[in-house]
Ligand binder design. Structure first.
Ligand code: ZN
Length: 204
């Protein structure tokens, strides 16, 4: 786990091109590691005979496995100049962060954003806008960022993975995620749109 921690720390320091290369290498290594045997019949898998195919093929039944990437959505929700931040048991450290979660099978990205916000914060949102995405090789994810506007409901942490939540103005933000994450890039973009002083932004 230490090696993974080191990689995570190094990853946050990388520029975009380096991040892409590092993600590619890490995700392909993880894919090979977890596809040594066929998911259908259990026989050994080997590299696809066509060198142009990035795939592993079962030596017995011919099942072909391609590298898999798990999409997750992350959302910055705004309400009257304030942003929704929450503390999450899956998120290590003391920082408050944005709503995020994996896309379910059969779900589109917009539905995943609305569902995650509903489940984690008990509110409904509108005006979804794409922000950007970031590859996240822990182990093989892509984070897809959206902005959204509060529409209705009373904010309430789910009491499970979300232990606290609140609306924060730019001048009174709690500790937020470090640079190198899409969560921080989304918060930085939002802060730069708000007028006034930067206030107390505590970053570990
Ligand atoms: Zn097989």
């Amino acid at each position: 786990m230490t090696a993974e921690k080191d990689f995570a720390a190094a990853f946050r320091e990388m520029g975009p091109a380096e991040m892409r290369e590092a993600s590619r290498a890490a995700e392909l290594a993880e894919w090979r590691r977890t596809n040594r045997h066929c998911g259908c019949c259990g026989a050994a898998m080997s590299q696809h005979p066509d060198p142009d195919e990035r795939a592993m093929r079962c030596t017995a039944c011919g099942y072909t496995a391609y590298p898999g990437i798990a999409p997750a959505v992350i959302a910055l929700v705004e309400k009257d100049g304030e942003v929704l931040l929450q503390r999450n048991t899956h998120y290590k450290g003391r920082a408050w962060t944005l709503v995020a979660g994996f896309v379910d099978p059969g779900e589109n990205l917009e539905d995943a954003v609305r569902r995650e916000i509903r489940e984690e914060a008990s509110i409904e949102v509108s005006d979804l806008r794409y922000f950007g995405s970031q590859t996240w090789p822990f182990p093989s994810n892509i984070m897809i960022g959206f902005r959204a506007k509060y529409a209705s409901g009373e904010l309430k942490p789910d009491g499970g993975e979300v232990t606290a939540s609140g609306w924060f103005g730019r001048d009174r933000l709690p500790e937020i995620p470090r640079r190198g994450s899409i969560a921080r890039a989304m918060l930085d973009a939002w802060m730069s749109e708000q007028g006034g002083a930067a206030g107390r932004i505590m970053v570990k």
